[in-house]
Design a protein around this ligand. Structure first.
Ligand code: FES
Ligand code: FES
Length: 150
């Protein structure tokens, strides 16, 4: 079934079943492989993208639920002012280890800062609690979010 997906500022036509998870449309149809598959059941955060600015688990989001919403992926987050600040802070604080979870971490962090410019530690914990990092970068993630909020 044909759908038009608004992603990263452009409209894309895709022909997939309506219950196809957005993650697979992004990765397999549109080639946006920066968004990662981890658990597939909304438990790890690796697949996080923005849907109208809201951090969303693309692995459990059927493509037919998107409608006219704007999707932003890790490939375009640096074009937003908040996303650019987050990416700069990530580099300055050397957050990344293996990197697998980091797209999702950055997408959740940038969604947080877009709505809360000066988050407290508990705000950060609440916003980031669904993003799992098996390399244990949590302390540096928090420090980078704090740095980006200054
Ligand atoms: S792959 Fe979506 S939350 Fe884990
Ligand atoms: S940096 Fe390796 S899983 Fe997070």
């Amino acid at each position: 079934m044909p759908f038009t997906i608004k992603m990263n500022g452009n409209a894309h036509s895709v022909d997939v079943d309506g219950d196809t998870p957005l993650l697979w449309v992004l990765r397999d149809v549109l080639g946006m492989t920066g968004t990662k598959f981890g658990c597939g059941v909304a438990l790890c955060g690796a697949c996080t993208v923005h849907v109208d600015g809201v951090a969303t688990r693309s692995c459990i989001t059927p493509v037919d639920s998107i409608g006219t919403s704007q999707i932003t992926t890790i490939e375009a987050i640096g074009a937003t002012s908040v996303g650019a600040k987050i990416q700069r802070a990530w580099l300055d604080r050397e957050v990344v280890q293996c990197g697998y979870c980091q797209s999702g971490q950055i997408m959740s962090a940038s969604a947080l800062l877009a709505t809360n410019a000066h988050p407290t530690d508990s705000d950060i914990d609440a916003a980031m609690s669904g993003n799992i990092c098996r390399c244990g970068t949590y302390v540096r993630v928090r420090a980078a979010i704090k740095a980006a909020s200054k």
